[in-house]
Design a protein around this ligand. Sequence first.
Ligand code: SF4
Ligand code: SF4
Length: 399
Amino acid sequence: MSICRFQAAVSCQQTGDSSLSLERDDAHEDSEISPPFWLLCELTYRCPLHCPFCYNPVDFARSQPELSTEQWKRVLSEARTLGAVQVGFSGGEPMLRDDLEELVAHAHRLGYYTNLITSGVGFTESRAQQLKDAGLDHIQLSFQDSTRELNDFLSHARTFELKQRVAALIKAHGWPMVMNCTLHRYNLPHIDKIIEMALALGAEYLELANTQYYGWAWVNRLHLLPTREQLEAAEQVVAQYRERVGSRCRLLFVVPDYYAERPKACMNGWGKVFLAIAPDGTALPCHAAASLPGLVFPNVRTHSIRQIWYESPAFNHFRGFAWMQEPCRSCAEKTRDYGGCRCQAFLLTGDAAATDPACVKSPHHNRILATVQMAALSPADCSSLRFRSDATSVVMTGE
Ligand code: SF4
Ligand code: SF4
């Protein structure tokens, strides 16, 4: 499924099903820090699939035990009191948690707009009914491709037919459906077929999520990055379909950072609207942030959500503009993009406070260009991909 779950949250609103006139506790004394808007509960890192672009941390095998049901309920309650109005349940595969329905019901009672982000594994008729009864508002279902061969190859599991059945279940139970397909050099040439599949399955929203290069995708970047020609051709196809299908199915296609001239406002700004909780209770301003060195991220086992959001040094570290280096510090665009992504800056420069090299003004932009050039020279035969698995995580963590 997509790393870009914050986009999924936005898409949920765009489908028009969210009633977000919910009360927020805006009375915090520090008016410069807004309350969190979006809570992402990564319930588990367990997943029966093995995507080589998985956004989970490469060292997930080192993760501590998952939070209990009662601990997750406390997180939901505290974040709602603070002001969060949307919650996403993701993973790994959140359907692997037996208490998912109980957590959804708790979130629903608190007044959240509830989203499930799933690969479809474990989504049966009986659990669909239980989730409906629990008040689940929205589902994002991921596919790897429009063909069985590539879908099943990339997930390293036979899931293509299963996902089709799950899509039908979602529609039969009356949920709006966001379909998600992570894009890379292997499935970009199928973009028309992917859109046709989404239309045939009745998706109201299709997130064509170009791979973001963190986690396992970073490991596989030279074998996943598409060419500029592939991207431009795909963009044209998407534009044609947009005209043809109109509002029947909204198509989201965002150009990946490696081919853009400016970075995106990652997570809408560090610690501004997005709060992720990892399976072991670690609180993060972005689900990839745990990879940043020198920051100690607080845990919900020992800190309240209010302490974490307003007081923790890690959440305050990249707030505001004082931390910025040049050229961001004196750039007029800093209030729009906040200097880009801290994780991308660290991965490409070794310095999390550097200007995101996706920006052409960055003194390190040549590292993006060099990566694109190296990727173009890498064979597109899939044989060099490293698939996510417990065993590979253990090996790579020890490397
Ligand atoms: S392996 Fe695939 S389905 Fe499982 S969490 Fe990672 S991206 Fe999602
Ligand atoms: S220099 Fe920094 S603030 Fe200016 S556009 Fe680039 S990333 Fe954004």
